[in-house]
Ligand binder design. Structure first.
Ligand SMILES: C[C@@](CO)(OP(=O)(O)O)[C@H](O)COP(=O)(O)OP(=O)(O)OC[C@H]1O[C@@H](n2ccc(N)nc2=O)[C@H](O)[C@@H]1O
Ligand SMILES: Nc1ncnc2c1ncn2[C@@H]1O[C@H](COP(=O)(O)OP(=O)(O)O)[C@@H](O)[C@H]1O
Length: 256
């Protein structure tokens, strides 16, 4: 079994409030069809869960392993399957890039295991497990091209719009999400109004980016560019900032 594990960008990312030491978001997530990892299951004999790929962390810290630990509680078929198959990931999505690589891998792995082990879990059941692995995992579980994501990422609503051409550039800066949120909370804290929330969640992604500048579109750009000033060198005409960075992106619609 082989599947693409797509990346994402945040067309806009606004903070709506605090929930313990997390922040509630109002955001449009869009999948990037041209930038993805490839996940495959390959037969063999394995004493333990075996994950092959170029990762910046050990297997036990990998989001795919965290997903495996949750799924094996559902049925003994899962542990059985990974005694006779390993997971191979061809990593192409840069890490620490605001592109959701780790989150996408976990969600895609869950979808694949649900199928290959006939677990018959619904998207909503997968989502409640996904939310325990990471804030962006639920978005990738639903496999929408565009979605409005709120809460801490656990509320995902499909957004109907044309497929967008997205160009991504990723400066070699490993952005620490926690650090950026801390500076946001200490120095840039503000919450999106109810009116703006309603307005942005209804607008097409292209129209939103014609209305907002890079700072207005992503509340995390100001703190990120304070923590990593080199990001300002990429603050160019018609580029926007994804997630907590370091990636910038620009849109073009295919029908232009
Ligand atoms: C903000 C987003 C937007 O997509 O950034 P990117 O990952 O894309 O850059 C994600 O939701 C990131 O979610 P996720 O990737 O799970 O966050 P983590 O790295 O686990 O969070 C690291 C730290 O960031 C802070 N954090 C994270 C998410 C959130 N909604 N509020 C927060 O305050 C918390 O202090 C958390 O401990
Ligand atoms: N399957 C995975 N792919 C990428 N990074 C992973 C994965 N599992 C865990 N990580 C860890 O998550 C962090 C990067 O997460 P990633 O989703 O790639 O970045 P971002 O959240 O900025 O989009 C790194 O600490 C990396 O080691």
């Amino acid at each position: 079994m082989v599947r693409k594990s797509f990346s994402k960008v945040n067309i806009f990312l606004k903070i709506a409030g605090k929930r313990d030491n997390y922040h509630e978001l109002v955001s449009r997530f869009v999948r990037v069809h041209t930038l993805y990892d490839v996940i495959s299951f390959e037969g063999g004999f394995f004493k333990d869960f075996t994950l092959v790929g170029k990762f910046g962390c050990e297997t036990k810290k990998n989001t795919i392993y965290k997903a495996y630990e949750k799924l094996k509680e559902i049925s003994p078929k899962v542990e059985e399957y990974f005694k006779k198959n390993c997971v191979i990931v061809d990593k192409r999505i840069p890490e620490f890039a605001g592109l959701g690589g780790g989150s996408s891998n976990a969600a895609t792995f869950m979808i694949m295991v649900n199928e290959v082990c006939d677990l018959n879990l619904s998207k909503d059941e997968l989502c409640s497990m996904a939310a325990q692995i990471g804030a962006d995992v639920p978005f990738f579980v639903y496999e929408y091209d565009s979605a409005n994501v709120t809460g801490i990422g656990e509320i995902v609503e499909k957004f109907e719009e044309e497929i967008l051409d997205i160009e991504v550039i990723t400066p070699k800066v490993e952005c620490n999400t926690g650090e950026i949120f801390k500076i946001f909370r200490d120095k840039f804290y503000k919450e999106i109004s109810k009116d703006d929330t309603e307005k942005f969640l209804k607008m097409n992604s292209i129209d939103i980016l014609q209305t907002l500048d890079i700072y207005e579109a992503n509340d995390l750009f100001a703190p990120a560019s304070e923590v990593y000033p080199e990001l300002n060198n990429y603050n160019k005409e018609s580029f926007y900032f994804s997630g907590s960075g370091s990636s910038f992106f620009k849109l073009s619609n295919r029908n232009k």
